[in-house]
Design a binder for this molecule. Structure first.
Ligand SMILES: Nc1ncnc2c1ncn2[C@@H]1O[C@H](COP(=O)(O)OP(=O)(O)O)[C@@H](O)[C@H]1O
Ligand SMILES: [Mg+2]
Length: 301
């Protein structure tokens, strides 16, 4: 199984392209597409889901040109869009049955598959209840169920954890992890913890540019010896933020304890600490040094 993305370009009306010369070859496993809002994640996913045409470039599914022959991929595609609307008056079962029909499943195939998915997604008990009565997490599970109706070889889920509480988020991660195997799963998010434990590979996107594509371990290895901790007087924090990428600041009795991503020691007495993926994300995604303060998390000690 192979998805080739070649020189993909998406230009909307604004000056800066939403996607600029994206090149990637994906194989089975979970790919975390990580980037801040506006990075181009949804634009990329809509093209891969054959819902929009790029301005230039190619997408090949097992060697077949997807832009010319979208039907070949559509048969093997499951897609959960970023905003997934449901019909509040339909029950989960009716909704899935309706979509199964659109996807070309026979009545018998649909019944079997829907029952299987409802059990897998822990929705069997509420299958006959109207979707309007469902929580965000339950609706999201219905969204996943519809994406899995045709047992897709390419599963694309766009920011699936938005609106989920921490427990539902964890459950969702486990679910995707269980489903991986002989398929390509692409999961987009702007939240590092959504992907750090489950992604086999991470693609970092910012302002339409692919900044990195690597295994989480390699991304972390790239920042080994580049994350520092030091405590400075509060008045110095603004000046430090101008100069360095600060990934966290913690208020302490004797000043601010800063976590800084820098290839050089940021100040006297700074101590090297192990990087996290959050540091990596910040390192790649801050668009200018002065913005690091807004990205940085301030934690009360
Ligand atoms: N249909 C569209 N028409 C015009 N501009 C768009 C459209 N979709 C996205 N954009 C712009 O393209 C950029 C990338 O957006 P998007 O792909 O939604 O990013 P993300 O999903 O990472 O938040 C943004 O600047 C956004 O405003
Ligand atoms: Mg998006």
């Amino acid at each position: 199984m192979q998805l080739d993305i070649q020189h993909l370009q998406q230009n909307y009306a604004q000056a800066k392209p939403a996607l600029n010369d994206i090149n990637l070859t994906l194989h089975s496993g979970i790919i975390g597409l990580l980037g801040p809002n506006g990075a181009g994640k949804s634009s990329l996913m809509r093209i891969l889901a054959t819902l929009s045409q790029p301005s230039a470039g190619n997408v090949l599914w097992n060697g077949v040109d997807v832009l010319r022959k979208p039907a070949v991929l559509r048969r093997e595609l499951g897609y959960l869009p970023q905003s997934f609307g449901v019909y509040d008056n339909l029950s989960a079962w009716e909704f899935l049955h309706y979509l199964a029909g659109l996807k070309g499943l026979t009545n018998q195939q649909a019944k079997t598959k829907i029952n299987e998915l409802l059990h897998m997604l822990n929705l069997a008990d509420v299958a006959k209840q109207p979707l309007g009565s469902f929580s965000g997490g339950m609706k999201q599970r219905v969204g996943i169920a519809q994406a899995l109706l045709n047992d897709p070889k390419l599963l694309i889920v766009d920011e699936p954890t938005v609106g989920l509480d921490p427990q539902e988020r964890a459950r969702f991660r486990d679910l995707l992890s269980d489903m991986s195997g002989d398929r390509i799963i692409i999961l987009s998010t702007h939240i590092v913890s959504d992907v750090e434990s489950i992604a086999d590979n991470i693609a970092m996107l910012r302002e339409g540019e692919l900044l990195a594509y690597a295994k989480p371990e390699s991304l972390l290895a790239g920042l080994r010896h580049a994350v520092w901790q030091c405590t400075v007087p509060k008045v110095q924090v603004a000046a430090m933020a101008q100069q360095f990428c600060i990934s966290q600041s913690v208020r302490q009795a004797d000043g601010m304890q800063l976590r800084i991503v820098s290839h050089e020691s940021p100040c006297a007495g700074a101590k090297n600490i192990p990087p996290t993926l959050e540091d990596v994300f910040l390192y790649y995604c801050q668009s200018s040094q002065s913005e690091s303060v807004t990205h940085a998390q301030e934690v009360a000690a």
